[in-house]
Design a protein around this ligand. Structure first.
Ligand SMILES: O=c1ccn([C@@H]2O[C@H](COP(=O)(O)OP(=O)(O)O)[C@@H](O)[C@H]2O)c(=O)[nH]1
Ligand SMILES: O=C(O)[C@@H](COP(=O)(O)O)O[C@H]1O[C@H](CO)[C@@H](O)[C@H](O)[C@H]1O
Length: 344
């Protein structure tokens, strides 16, 4: 049926067969990867777990202690547990070290390189410090962390050589001060990142949690992609790995439920802008955005009250730079990096 030249779909939209096949074939559950199965498959593979942590003294200790007790002391599945101190101003480093992690500084691992900021730079520093063949990244603000968050992520990588990268997914309650909204979490995912990826990278539509902060990959693959600084890192990693190794080498694992500290919506607005910038650079690479162009880098937001309010505007204007930079693929810089100096 055609109304004025606009084709009108006369069938109900259906899931792309490619996405349906991938989601069926490359989705597993943490329960599919029991520790004993992983130990028998591990062989000579060394496993590193990296936690990027900026001011996470309240939660990093419990996560580190759980990994150390269950996956290092009781069962030697994890060989290396690193917390990247991302310029914290609290006792993150001391708490992490006391709980049994090796602590490296974001600035320490990027010494001699341009000073960049954000989560992506912390993750890049963690990969530079890590020595494992398989590297898992876990956010340090998780509540109710369980060992299966790690075993579920590394399981496919230890057992199936055709898998290069595994993304976690979970139910995401939005935990407020006095109430919990069952599936209210993942606000940037649902409002921006999922639509963005579905529209421009539909092959990735099967990822339940494309922005999940828990994921793992083979070092030799992770070292071949750039790390976008700030909060664009997860979006860039999915897009870049899709292009580098193909959808079939990517997988996802059900980790159950994830609770973490939530940022406010203004912070998530800045996160969204960083993700849009990240997508723009990938669209340029694909030829869908004009080379040499760039969206604006300043995000203007409004905050109730405040001393900087304008005469006729009963709100404070808050301006942030939401541009992103990139650390180049680690493999290109490895010879220039300081050997990991870890204060055990
Ligand atoms: O500059 C930064 C920003 C964030 N993080 C860490 O990255 C993880 C995810 O960050 P955040 O919780 O702010 O993101 P959200 O989960 O709210 O999207 C947490 O462990 C942060 O401590 C970091 O190491 N450096
Ligand atoms: O998924 C999301 O929408 C955001 C915000 O989550 P909430 O709405 O605070 O549960 O959280 C994720 O996004 C960040 C950017 O990729 C990641 O770095 C975080 O690890 C992840 O929690």
């Amino acid at each position: 049926m055609d109304l004025g030249g606009l084709p009108v779909r006369d069938t109900e939209p259906t899931v792309s067969p490619l996405v349906e096949a991938w989601a069926t074939y490359r989705t597993t559950s943490a329960q599919d990867w029991p520790t004993r199965r992983l130990m028998s498959a591990k062989g000579e593979n060394r496993v590193s777990v990296v936690l990027p942590a900026r001011n996470e003294e309240a939660t990093v200790g419990a996560i580190v202690a759980t990994i150390r007790e269950h996956l290092m002391d009781r069962v030697p599945l994890v060989d290396e547990l690193i917390v990247v101190d991302s310029r914290s101003t609290d006792r993150t480093a001391q708490v992490a070290r006391a709980a049994g992690a090796e602590v490296v500084g974001q600035d320490e691992m990027t010494r001699g390189l341009p000073r960049l900021t954000g989560k992506g730079d912390a993750l890049w520093a963690g990969l530079a410090a890590a020595e494992g063949d398989v590297v898992a990244f876990i956010d340090a603000d998780l509540r109710e962390f369980r060992p299966h968050f790690v075993t579920g992520l590394i399981g496919p990588l230890l057992v199936d050589p055709s898998v290069e990268f595994v993304k976690g997914f979970y139910h995401r309650p939005l935990v407020g001060a006095t109430s919990v909204e069952t599936d209210g979490g993942g606000r940037v995912t649902e409002l921006m990142a999922r639509p963005l990826l579905n529209l421009f990278w539909p092959e990735l539509a099967g990822f339940v949690q494309p922005l999940a902060g828990e994921y793992a990959g083979r070092r030799e693959v992770l070292e071949r992609v750039p790390f976008v600084t700030g909060y664009g890192v997860e979006t860039a990693m999915l897009i870049d790995l899709l292009e580098l190794v193909g959808l079939d080498a990517l997988a996802q694992v059900d980790l159950g439920e994830r609770k973490h500290r939530h940022q406010d919506t203004a912070a998530l607005g800045r996160m969204s802008a960083q993700i849009m910038h990240t997508a723009w650079t990938r669209l340029q690479r694909r030829g869908w955005a004009a080379p040499g162009t760039s969206p604006g880098t300043i995000l203007t937001q409004f905050r109730r009250g405040g001393s900087e309010a304008l005469p006729n505007l009963d709100r404070e204007i808050v301006v942030n730079d939401v541009s992103v930079q990139e650390r180049p693929p680690l493999a290109e810089l490895r010879p220039r990096l300081p050997r990991r100096r870890v204060a055990a």
